[in-house]
Design a protein around this ligand. Sequence first.
Ligand code: IMP
Ligand code: MG
Length: 338
Amino acid sequence: MPVDIVVGGQAGDEGKGKIGAYLAHKNDYDYAIRVGGPNAGHTIFYKGAIYALKTMPAGFVNKRTKLVLGAGTYVIPEWLEKEIKLTNAGHRLIIDPHVVVIEPRHTAAERADARMMGKIGSVGTGLGAAVRDRIDRKKLMFAKDHPRLKKYVKDVPQLLNKALAKGSKMLLEGTQGMKLSVLHGEYPFVTSRDTTASTFMGEAGLGPKYAGEIYAVFKPYVTRVGPGMVAKEVKDKKALNKYHTAGREVGSVSGRLRRVGEFEMDVARMTVSINSATRLAITHIDLLDGADISRGVKSFTGGAKKFMATLEKVCAVYPYPKVKLVSYGPGLMDVLEL
Ligand code: IMP
Ligand code: MG
């Protein structure tokens, strides 16, 4: 089926951007589609440069791929424009007319809300405030009304569905992860949207029939930038430091040092079920011992081998996903395909 989907299996920051970029590079999709808000960052190390993106799809790395923002996307125009420049991909960008513009008043309202910023640990981009206005049917600015965005606007559902009829292949890039879903996550420590595959399809204007491979992305440990549950949280300063330096576990939008905990089997199993994941993509395996793939070693030993063995329990959940990709470094091609 033509639409591959990338979802997060933890609390966001699993490396969905990296996996999306790798897939786009390998699979030559006609379209890479993104939904969600600029509270979610994805970092891509590509051709010696670091692209810290919030809105442009990771699929920009494939020059042939058209880049689409679905109706479930919320943008801060100035941030998007910076990314258009950085990726030099404005000519490939298509924006749904119903993409919502996050206005300065949204960002200000969220940042002034002590409960949101404190208890919930909001990233403070204003996404939640904009979502609330949309649900309240308040006056909003849409991409079609924005003087600098309207040149990118096209009827995305019609365009994508016509393309599907002609056999086009697509990559749908989701945001955040299982633990942060407002429907299935650890409420109230969640984001303002659902973060699962079916919702991403709906937010793009695609029906469920066209879902292809569904990649659930996991790290061998869990990180969280905000408050909320983290199993067996690492408190030891020295141990944490390794994650924050070698693992680059610093919030790409919030700049906060990420909290770190143990791999959560129950959340991983739930991710497979709710997303009907067909493939697992593991990132940051290099933080474990015994994963020296970069030095030409082809099989795992030590901690990495042990972790890969525990994944069998995740693969035992219907629809029985296969471990397909294992990322062992930040570079686009630092991926072992199984
Ligand atoms: P908000 O969606 O910015 O209001 O944040 C709500 C919760 O989700 C907070 O704990 C945030 O830190 C977390 N969160 C939001 N977006 C991301 C993300 O992209 N990665 C990781 N955590 C996120
Ligand atoms: Mg992120």
